[in-house]
Design a protein around this ligand. Structure first.
Ligand SMILES: NC(=O)c1ccc[n+]([C@@H]2O[C@H](COP(=O)([O-])OP(=O)(O)OC[C@H]3O[C@@H](n4cnc5c(N)ncnc54)[C@H](OP(=O)(O)O)[C@@H]3O)[C@@H](O)[C@H]2O)c1
Length: 262
């Protein structure tokens, strides 16, 4: 097969959690460009419908399934609905997450609720979605799971706990899933983004200059990596986490005390 043909996703179906905004939307659009149909997941229907419009403009199908991915029963219903609609799901992108829980609190100030919120949205969600879809993928002897971690999964920070801990857990979940299902035709990988601001302006431009690459990431730089990891082009890649951070972790700079803000 010609090299570029290996990136095609025609006839494939991908579930993307957090598909209504930013990195999740970009990955959904990139997968649609490569020919995939989509299932978009998030709590709010409205942003998912916006992504749906963009995907449908590209000629691909987009099924909107509003779901709280921290609720394992709701996740099971969502996965079954996606399978019933499309017949086969080929790709799962566990992208939903965020760094808000317990932000800025010291360790003694953190409540059980802060801990559970931060771990559930960033780690349990990916576990629940993967657990729910795995038998379907094993039955078809094929499947791709792509998790989304963060540069924070590689480092600690001052008064930062749940987000870095959960993102390190996602990197480990990736290895456990990859190892367990390597002989079932299932490939599991992880993307660890550096800083991709939700809005660009003079302030982000100035702060971006402190990054190794001299700028922050652009949202649309996430899509091609997702297509690579979802496609046959990465058939022998599993258990690996790919940093996409313009060299930030390689530079070894730890922005101590800066709490993830998304
Ligand atoms: N942007 C960055 O700089 C950056 C850097 C490193 C890692 N990341 C990671 O990349 C992923 C996407 O981040 P982003 O920057 O695109 O942020 P974002 O726009 O806030 O995306 C988070 C998405 O997850 C969904 N979500 C949150 N909680 C959910 C829940 N309980 N159930 C279902 N969906 C839920 C949100 O939709 P609803 O609110 O509608 O549920 C939203 O669409 C996250 O895992 C984040 O940790 C981002």
């Amino acid at each position: 097969m010609a090299v570029l043909d290996q990136f095609q996703l025609e006839g494939k179906v991908a579930i993307v959690t957090g598909a209504g905004s930013n990195l999740g939307r970009e990955m959904a659009l990139a997968l649609a460009d490569a020919g995939a149909n989509l299932v978009g997941v998030g709590r709010r229907p409205e942003p998912l419908e916006e992504t749906a419009k963009m995907v449908r403009k590209k000629g691909q199908e987009f099924l909107t399934l509003p779901t709280d991915v921290t609720d394992s029963n709701a996740v099971d219903v969502m996965i079954q609905s996606a399978i019933s609609h499309f017949g086969q799901i080929d790709i799962l992108i566990n992208n939903a997450g965020g760094g808000g829980a317990g932000r800025g609190k010291t360790l003694p100030e953190l409540t059980d609720e802060d801990w559970n919120d931060g771990i559930n949205v960033n780690l349990s969600s990916a576990f629940f979605c993967s657990r729910s879809i795995i038998e379907h993928m094993v039955d078809h002897r094929s499947g791709r799971i792509i998790n989304v971690a963060s540069g924070w999964g590689y480092r600690g920070g001052r008064n930062q706990f749940m987000y870095p801990i959960a993102k390190a857990g996602i990197i480990s979940l990736t290895k456990c899933l990859a190892m367990t299902y390597a002989r079932d035709g299932i490939r599991v990988s992880c993307i660890a983004p550096g800083a991709f601001p939700h809005e660009l302006g003079p302030e982000t431009e100035a702060r971006g200059q402190m990054q190794a690459a001299g700028r922050f990431g652009f949202m649309n730089e996430m899509g091609p990596l997702a297509v690579f990891l979802a496609s046959e082009a990465s058939e022998y890649l599993s258990g690996e986490t790919v940093l996409i951070d313009g060299g930030a972790i390689a530079a070894g700079v730890t922005p101590a005390g800066i709490t993830p803000s998304s």
